[in-house]
Design a protein around this ligand. Structure first.
Ligand SMILES: NC(=O)c1ccc[n+]([C@@H]2O[C@H](COP(=O)([O-])OP(=O)(O)OC[C@H]3O[C@@H](n4cnc5c(N)ncnc54)[C@H](OP(=O)(O)O)[C@@H]3O)[C@@H](O)[C@H]2O)c1
Length: 281
């Protein structure tokens, strides 16, 4: 990647992961700029990655061909409005990783027909194994599509959705999804302890089993259902356990859980879209 400066507004956990991923992918650190209100965070990022840093969001936007909004969703309205003038003058690609903040709101805060890619990453992005869905508005060029994808691919798998509303479904599935798997690991750990295993052993076995199952599913051409059938011998232990989960309504519960997360994502989108005076589009 050689194309222009990428400026990160907000130098927190996600920005650090994305910057680390981009540099590992071969991007020149001198082409990366980061701002934050916290000097200590900027010092760490500048020392770790040898990138440019500053407190000045407007200056960061003036230099950039791509601006990544990496602040909390609640900060987006004021941060975006704060860089609208240099944004309009320089017209970079804007990428938002802020969960739940909608593209029409970002465009309204910018005040012009900006090229915006809204993304929904998830927490494993922090260890380079994220799953990110991206949505581009009509003002994003082919080159900007590729640039946005390369930025998010630096921290894991990427896929595009054509309709922004689908990002609420993505939020329910992969955005919140890591916590579902953590809960399953916790439950398996506790159940293992109840069967006599030590806490350490039960935890290690639960985590490694989750990792191994995910790796097998990723590397196989077969869907998870086939993999499951293959490891379920008739009359065996796995079948007994799966029958118990099915009888307890696991599939229905997962369905309901994602429906609840989806509804909350839609609600949060409306809340985050409010301007400081409470106006929403
Ligand atoms: N972490 C995840 O796994 C994850 C997953 C999916 C999506 N996301 C999204 O990624 C975004 C960033 O998350 P994060 O975990 O990296 O948050 P974070 O660690 O809190 O980072 C945000 C940073 O932005 C700084 N900031 C606040 N206002 C600013 C301003 N006006 N100008 C410049 N910097 C400012 C914050 O400083 P202070 O701390 O001093 O306020 C903080 O250092 C969020 O919108 C979140 O929804 C995160």
């Amino acid at each position: 990647m050689t194309d222009g400066i990428i400026s990160f507004i907000g130098g927190g956990n996600m920005a650090a992961s994305l910057i680390g991923g981009l540099i590992a992918d071969g991007r020149d650190p001198a082409s990366i700029y980061v701002t934050d209100i916290d000097s200590a965070k900027l010092d760490v990022l500048a020392d770790t990655f040898r990138i440019q840093s500053s407190h000045d969001n407007e200056e960061a936007v003036s230099h950039a061909s791509c601006v990544v909004f990496a602040v909390k969703p609640q900060s987006m309205a004021s941060v975006v409005q704060g860089i609208a003038l240099p944004g309009q003058a320089h017209r970079p690609l804007f990428i938002s990783i802020a969960a739940g903040v909608r593209e029409p709101d970002i465009r309204r805060w910018l005040g012009f027909d900006a090229a915006i890619v809204r993304t929904m990453p998830n927490t494993p992005a922090l260890v380079g194994s994220g799953a990110t869905a991206l949505y581009a508005n009509a003002f994003v060029s082919t080159e900007q599509h590729s640039l946005a994808e390369s930025v998010l691919r630096a921290v894991g798998l990427t896929l595009w959705v054509e309709n922004e509303d689908l990002l609420d479904a993505v939020t329910a599935l992969s955005g919140s999804g890591p916590a579902y798997f953590f809960l399953l690991m916790e439950s398996m750990e506790r159940a293992g302890i109840a069967l006599g295993l030590s806490k350490d052993h039960a935890r290690m076995l639960a985590i490694q089993t989750g990792f191994g199952a995910a790796k097998m599913a990723l590397e196989s051409n077969d869907p998870p259902a086939t993999l499951r059938t293959r490891v379920t011998s008739p009359g065996g232990t796995t079948e007994c356990a799966l029958d118990t989960l099915t009888a307890g309504g696991m599939e229905h519960l997962v369905h309901e859980a994602l429906q609840a997360a989806y509804r909350r994502s839609v609600e949060l989108g409306v809340e985050f879209g409010r301007d400081s005076n409470g106006v929403s589009e």
